[in-house]
Design a protein around this ligand. Structure first.
Ligand SMILES: O=c1ccn([C@@H]2O[C@H](COP(=O)(O)O)[C@@H](O)[C@H]2O)c(=O)[nH]1
Length: 224
């Protein structure tokens, strides 16, 4: 379980990680917290022995992606996201060589369904596009994928063992979907073969975040 610290300030993130305590050992720092001083906070979490996923979703010209990836590789984060465009992925893979940083390619955002990708100009279905990008990510040498629980089993069959399949779009039974359109429960995602689950609001907006995280961890353990 990777808890997404989508919170407005470092003070809020500190309070959340204090409440979660030993129940959570892996955090995701994304765009909201990053623009509120989250990089130094991520460094501190790493210093305290937590694992950190920097969800920065790089997508730029190769030179910029390469130099930015080199900067991230020095931080000691476990994961960094890049968008699953071949040029972008190749640049990031080359720049992360020799570091402990694992790259995750974002295939198709879990807030998108078939109508959303059609509106964005893509022919075919989300499943087709995820499969195409999964193959391109594997060819580029990326360590893993961000995809929805709905595509995990097909991606594993397509790619074989080896790549990490990391799934946002996780909702315990009865939880509000919010903007997520391709979602599943923690148990379903694990049973489909997900390597790690990214979970934000079901934990951070719960009245008792620690109890929510512990219940999700128990559901994951029960599904393994
Ligand atoms: O396709 C994607 C890629 C990234 N995310 C991120 O995961 C979390 C999910 O948070 P919830 O509150 O559990 O919905 C969030 O930080 C997103 O930026 C994603 O949801 N889908």
């Amino acid at each position: 379980m990777i808890v997404a610290l989508d919170l407005p300030s470092v003070a809020d993130a500190e309070a959340m990680t204090a409440r979660l305590g030993e129940a959570v050992s892996f955090y995701k720092v994304g765009l909201e917290l990053m623009y509120a001083g989250g990089l130094d906070f991520a460094r501190r979490l790493i210093g305290e022995g937590k694992k950190v996923f920097l969800d920065l979703k790089f997508h730029d010209i190769p030179n910029t992606v390469s130099r930015a990836t080199e900067q991230v590789a020095r931080l000691g984060a476990a994961y960094l996201t890049v968008h699953a465009y071949p040029q972008t992925m190749r640049a990031a893979v080359a720049a992360s060589q020799g570091s402990g940083l694992k790259l995750l390619a974002v295939t198709v955002m879990t807030s998108y369904d078939d109508a959303d990708i059609a509106e964005a100009g893509y022919a075919g279905t989300v499943k087709d596009l995820v499969a195409r990008r999964a193959r391109q990510a594997q060819e580029a040498g990326v360590a893993g994928l961000i995809l929805s629980p709905e595509e995990v089993a097909a991606a594993r069959a397509l790619l074989g063992p080896g790549m990490d399949l990391v799934t946002p779009g996780i909702r315990p039974a009865g939880a509000a979907l919010g903007d997520q359109k391709r979602a599943a429960t923690p148990a379903s995602a694990i049973q489909a073969g997900a390597t790690a689950l990214v979970i934000g609001r079901p934990v951070t907006q719960a009245s008792d975040p620690r109890a929510a995280a512990e219940a999700i961890a128990a559901e994951i353990a029960g599904a393994l």
